[in-house]
Structure formats: C-alpha cells, structure tokens
Design a protein around this ligand. Structure first.
Ligand SMILES: C[S@@+](CC[C@H](N)C(=O)[O-])C[C@H]1O[C@@H](n2cnc3c(N)ncnc32)[C@H](O)[C@@H]1O
Length: 451
C-alpha cells in the first residue's frame, strides 16, 4: 500500500462520505413517490423553511447560478450553504487539487466527418493523453476496452502510430469498428503503419480476462507487449474491471479509464447483490468503503449520471411528466390500495398537461385506472401545491450529483493506492459541458508524469 497517498485520498473520501450520509435519503428518493411519501417533509428543516418562501422560478435561478459559477456563488442562507458545501466536495473544488493533474483541454479541433461533435471532442483530447501515457510508461500497445465503434483506437493508430487492440462485447460494434478503421485509413496516407496495427476482438471483459493472451493472438507474440489499458466511457462495472485488470496483470503497465453509466454499477452491498458474483462487483472497490459495507443505492447512482454543468448551462427545467407521474401515484394508491409499480415509461411524457397525461396513461395501459374527468379534476386541485415543491426538491437533489460522482471516483483511486500503485491520479480530460463524464483515472506502474 502507498501509505501516504492512500491516507490522503482516504481522508478526502471520508469527508465526502460524511457529508453525503445524511443526504442519502434525498439522493435515493423515488420521484414517483414524492407526494405519496411526503418527501418534502424529509428535507432538513432550515432548508425546507427557506425553500417554502421561494417560487419554483426563484429556486431555478439560484440553482443555475450556482451550477454556472460555483466558485463565485455567494448566498448566505441554508440553501446557499448546502449548495456551497456540495460544490466544495466535487472534483473541481480546491480540496482535490493535490489528487488532480490539470492539463489543457483543446476546445477547437478539426472535425472528422464520421464522429459527432461530442465524440470528436473526446477522441481528439483523449488520443493526446493516451499517446503521452504510452510514451511515459513505455507502453507499446493500447488495449481499448469497450471500444465501441473504435474511434479512439483508429485515431491512435493512424495519427499516433500506436498499435491498438479494441475489445467490445458486442459483435456489431466490433464489425463497425473495423469498417470505421478501413474508411478512415483509406482517407489517410497510412503507408508507414506497422502491421498488424489495428485489431479488434469481440469479448466480454471481466476481471479474469487474460488480456495479454488476446493481444498475442490478435497482434502476434514476437514482440513483448507492454500494455496501456484504456476505456472511453466504459459503462457500469467495466471501469472497475479495467482498474482490477491493471492491478492484476503484469503486462498492463498503464491505465487511462473514464467511467460512465453509474446506474449500471453493481454494488457489493446493494439490495440486489448476489453472493455468487464474488469479485465481479463494481462498487465499492476500496477497503475503506468495503469495511463500512457502504451502499450508495440505485437512485443515487442514477443522479450521479446527471451533468450539473450541462443542466445549468442550458438552464434545463424538470420534465413536467415527473410531477404528473407523482400525481398519478396518489390516485393509484387510493384506487388500488397499495403503492403499485406500474410502468408508464416514456410513452406519456410528451403530454401537454396533467389531464392530458392521465388520458394518455389510461389509453396506454390495459388496466382500468378509473380515471374519470371528475377524479382528474380533483387530483389536479389536490396536488397543485406539490408541483413547485417538487421542483425545489428536484434542484436540491440534483446538486448532489457531482458529490456522488466524486465518491465513486475517489473509491477507485483509493483502491489503486491500497494496491500499492503510487503513480495514480485523476485528470479532467474533457470540457464538462461538451462531455459530462470528463474525469479520467490515470495510473502507471512506474514513476513519471505525463508530458
Ligand atoms: C458507452 S460505450 C463507449 C464506446 C466507446 N468507447 C466510445 O466512447 O465511443 C461502452 C461500450 O462498452 C461495451 N462493453 C460494456 N461492457 C463490456 C464488457 N464487459 N466487455 C467488453 N465491452 C463491454 C459496450 O458494448 C459499449 O460498446
């Protein structure tokens, strides 16, 4: 274990956890039950009292202002303090300066025809970082796990002349990746490439996967491969899998992984945890959180997927169908006698009003929900007060998103230090508005900083 570094990360993780603990109920609140479970009353009293004096629009203004310029955000009230506290525990705050390596993020890049603006931004920034990591760690081959359509791998091969093996669990993606590579290669003068320089494999990567074996099979074994394991937006447990593989495999000498879809992570101590999954859990990784049998909860992980930077930048409001669904729940509880789990999904979210929503729900579901015009009018009247409250609750809950993400990322970093990896750090690699999941975990099994 790298004692000093582990202690530093552990202390910061402890602070994030301590702040989050009393708000975990807020993060895990199911918005469908906002009215039936009277979630409003569960807010801390000072925050609730203050929020009661605000209109929904005033709450939005405070929330957006905070999200757009958190550093200069000043509001000496309970809500102001809560928002400021949230920001102080996100990776952008100075508390984490010593864990983050800052690098310039390129904003303007030549646009490749085959990629979306978002992918273009990601690939152009990440290829530079991965190339630098390979250089510093003397990696001669990149394994792009969860490579998808292979845009990153293609750029690394054609522009940085690095050998790449792209692995994805879906054969459609692997085939797509081969086509993307061929197309871009034709447009580029790639005659100086070593052969084979780009290969792909269809495989479901687990912590038990022998990456070197696949690399040797696909790229040949005449050269001793020193692997750089990368993954751009590796969803759910795959980020943790990459980190475990890096620790375990001697052939993998460097790591650059950016997670996403935290909602898909399986939790070791979660309610859906099954003992036979053994090492396969994605969270927590660190001994510190394992000793605490720490659970985040599914809704908290869903929130962590939200992008405050983007929501506040675009001044996005709550989708009104969230409130309509909560109002419907009041009726369902009354009419069916218990909280029932009917799935309305997105089918009715395009409704124009609460009564329109109820009519659509009635049409979509085969069940007779006994939604007469009179019942709808009564429900409309009965729940109208909850509408603005729900918006305020929604904003407060969203403010936790970057804190939860910080906890997940710190847990991964701490695991690396606990396993004796000294040279591990976090780097912001994308503009958060262009690509919300923008923090990479970078690690190398040797000393050296990336150029
Ligand atoms: C969010 S996509 C990212 C794709 C690509 N890296 C990009 O940024 O364009 C995640 C990819 O990981 C793949 N994937 C998920 N779990 C996997 C696993 N255990 N092994 C291999 N691939 C996996 C999915 O099929 C998907 O293509």
């Amino acid at each position: 274990m790298c004692v000093r570094k582990a202690l530093v990360v552990r202390e910061k993780l402890y602070q994030v956890k301590k702040f989050l603990d009393p708000f975990k109920f807020l993060a895990n609140a199911h918005m469908t039950s906002f009215i039936t479970h009277n979630y409003w009353e569960t807010l801390p009293e000072d925050i609730r009292t203050e929020a009661s004096t605000l209109t929904a629009d005033e709450m939005y203004e405070i929330f957006w202002l905070w999200g757009r310029d958190p550093v200069n955000f000043q509001l000496q009230t309970a809500i102001g303090k809560f928002l400021k506290d949230c920001w102080d525990l996100t990776l952008a705050s100075e508390l984490f300066n010593d864990l983050l390596v800052s690098e310039k993020i390129c904003q303007e890049q030549p646009r490749s025809k085959c990629m979306s603006l978002k992918k273009n931004h990601e690939v152009n920034n990440l290829k530079e970082k991965v190339a630098n990591i390979c250089n510093t760690s003397k990696s001669n081959c990149v394994v792009d796990v969860g490579g998808g359509k292979g845009y990153l791998g293609t750029s690394l091969v054609l522009e940085k002349k690095i050998q790449v093996l792209s692995i994805d669990s879906k054969s459609g993606n692997t085939k797509g990746a081969a086509k993307v590579f061929e197309r871009v290669e034709k447009r580029t003068n790639a005659s100086t490439l070593p052969s084979p320089s780009y290969q792909h494999a269809t495989a479901f990567v687990t912590p038990e996967t022998n990456l070197l074996e696949i690399v040797n099979e696909k790229l040949g074994s005449s050269v001793r491969h020193q692997l750089c394991l990368t993954g751009l937006h590796v969803c759910g447990d795959l980020a943790s899998t990459c980190i475990k593989l890096f620790v375990k495999s001697h052939a993998v000498v460097s790591l650059c992984t950016i997670g996403c879809c935290y909602n898909l992570i399986t939790e070791k101590f979660g309610i859906d945890a099954t003992p036979e999954k053994k090492d396969g859990f994605g969270f927590p990784l660190s001994n510190f959180l394992i000793e605490e049998t720490y659970v985040l909860g599914r809704n908290a992980r869903m929130i962590a997927c939200q992008s405050i930077e983007r929501i506040c930048h675009e001044r996005k409001v709550m989708n009104p169908s969230l409130f309509w669904r909560a109002a419907l729940q009041v009726h369902l509880l009354r009419c069916l006698g218990s909280e029932c789990e009917i799935s309305v999904g997105r089918r009715c979210s395009k409704a124009g009003s609460l009564s329109d929503y109820f009519h659509r729900v009635q049409q979509c579901l085969e069940q007779n929900l006994q939604l007469s015009e009179k019942t709808i009018k009564e429900l409309e009247f009965e729940t109208c007060d909850s509408h603005d409250r729900m918006i305020k609750f929604y904003c407060l809950r969203l403010a936790l998103a970057p804190v939860i993400e910080t906890l997940i990322i710190l847990d991964r970093l701490l695991y690396l230090h606990e396993k004796g990896i000294e040279n591990a750090f976090i780097m912001k690699v994308f503009d958060g508005v262009k690509s919300p999941r923008c923090h990479a975990i970078i690690a190398m099994k040797m000393e050296g900083t990336i150029a």
